[in-house]
Structure formats: C-alpha cells, structure tokens
Design a protein around this ligand. Structure first.
Ligand SMILES: [Zn+2]
Length: 291
C-alpha cells in the first residue's frame, strides 16, 4: 500500500524518522535524505532534498517546538512535490532540474518532544509543556543567531552567547555550505509573512518572493519589522544579513487562539491547505523567474 503523509497526526521525533524512511522507500530515485546534524540532546535532525538545480531553496520547520504543525506541513508539501515529480508534472518547465529544495521539517526536536510531554522541560522553564518553544538549554533558537545579538532582550531567552546552541550552528553551517538563494522559515502564529527588517533593509528577491506567496497562496503581508528588539538574533534576519538574500518567516494559522495540538487535528482548515499547499512550488518558481 502506498504511504501517505498524514498531517492531522502529531509528529513526534520518532514518527518523523519513520515517515522520512517511508518516503525514502517510496521515492528512492528522487528523494535524498541525510542527517543535517544532532540536537543538544542528541536527536537526529533529518535533511530531505529533492531536485538537482543550481537555484537552491531551504525550508525549515519547528524551530519553536510548540509549532510542530509546521512539521506535518513540510512533510505533506514535500510528498506532493515528489508525487507530481513522479508523474512528470514539472517536466514541461524543468522545475526540479533547475532548482534544489532542502527541507528540515524539525529543527528543534528536543523542544517538540518536551511540548508533547515526552521529555522533561529544562530547569528554569516558566511555561506549561504545551507552550514550550525553546531548546533543551532553554534558549530560543530564533534569538540566538549572530545578527545584532547584543540587542536581543534577555526576556527572549537568547542564550549565553551568539550561536551558543548546536541547532543554531547546524543551520548556519548548512546555509554557509549551500549558499541558498532563499530561505523560508515556517512558524505557526498569524497566517502572514515577515519579509523585511529595518536593520537589513532591502535584500535580493525579498519583495518579489513575499508578494508572490501572498498573491498565490493568500497569506497576508506583514509590515517591515521596525524594532531591533523584534528582529535581532532571528534565523531569517541573520540569513538576510549574512547572504543579502530573501529570508522569509512564514506564519501558518490565522487563528491565534487555536491550541497548538488543534492546529494539527484541524490541519486542513487551520493551515488553509488548499491555498498554502503550493507554497514551496511558488517559491521555487519565483526564484527562477523573478530574481
Ligand atoms: Zn515561532
């Protein structure tokens, strides 16, 4: 029987590893899988790649543990691309011979496990497990990157020094190695796209990519992020600074009141799957044609 990703079931770390290997068995010629590295507690962080082109896109999920709905979103999106590729739907315009897509569905697996009550929270964590988003050292990875780090307020749990965390360094090394043309970092609060910050100003492709995704997938466009306390230390902000290329934060789920587990149970409605399912394809096409 053919395996299908089910984004309405919560992804534990174990389930992610199992589904990755199922996808691998099903699409042995088009999907490549490697360990991008390991979390602070030693959990493997899988990296899935398709395509062979020179334009490279990186898509990441669950940098905040509680936003694990993004894991299912990326796995489901990837399976759709693999399926279409196997039916030669992209052959007409060679999407996957001109682009390479790297996906890390779960950047912060320790945090996901803690959120799901499968591992204890670190000392000093001040929230209930379901609300937990930091890593195993109680550091918010999205405030730990070496971009204006000194200006990240301590209440954002930015860590003892820039890039102090394994997960942060792993993402940085991957970006350094692959020189991506664009980054989409998925979160799950707001159904909107953050695309520019005042500190970096304009970078290559930022407005083209953000506008295209808003038009075709019906996200709303956020205003430029103005205050250093909000944009310093972030993954996509560091990416803009380091490479001068488009790094977008894509927030799934408009309903900010919906609990994190409900986002998974009611995935198709709350993530607006009919529109957002095209996000990765639209981003690749935009990279090819618009910048
Ligand atoms: Zn987040």
């Amino acid at each position: 029987m053919r395996f299908r990703v089910d984004p309405t079931r919560v992804y534990t770390h174990q389930r992610l590893l199992e589904d990755v290997s199922r996808l691998c068995d099903q699409y042995p010629r088009s999907l490549r899988v490697a360990a991008a590295g390991y979390s602070e507690q030693g959990r493997e962080i899988p990296l899935l790649s398709i395509g062979s082109g020179e334009r490279r896109l990186l898509a990441t999920g669950a940098i905040h543990g509680r936003e694990y709905v993004t894991v299912g979103f990326l796995m489901k999106s990837l399976q759709e691309l693999l399926e279409k590729n196997s039916l030669s739907i992209f052959a007409g315009y060679d999407l996957l011979s001109r682009c390479t897509l790297d996906v890390i569905p779960m950047c912060n697996p320790d945090s996901v496990e803690m959120c799901l009550g499968r591992a204890p929270l670190p000392q000093g964590a001040e929230v209930v497990p379901q609300e937990y988003k930091n890593n195993a050292n109680n550091t918010n990875l999205n405030g730990n990157f070496p971009f204006m780090w000194e200006q990240v307020p301590p209440e954002r749990d930015k860590g003892p020094h820039p890039a102090s965390e394994r997960e942060t360094r792993l993402l940085m090394e991957l970006c350094e190695e692959n020189r991506y043309h664009a980054l989409l970092s998925f979160h799950s609060r707001g159904d909107c796209i953050f695309w520019r910050d005042r500190g970096n100003g304009q970078v290559e492709g930022d407005s083209a990519l953000a506008q295209e995704l808003c038009e075709q997938c019906e996200y709303s466009l956020c205003a430029e992020t103005l205050l250093p306390k909000d944009y310093s230390g972030g993954f996509e902000n560091w990416f803009r600074y380091r490479f001068r290329r488009a790094g977008l934060c894509v927030e799934l789920v408009a309903d900010e009141e919906a609990g994190f587990e409900i986002c998974v149970r009611d995935f198709y409605r709350l993530c607006r799957w009919e529109q957002t399912r095209h996000t990765l394809r639209v981003a690749m096409e935009c990279m090819l044609h618009r910048f």
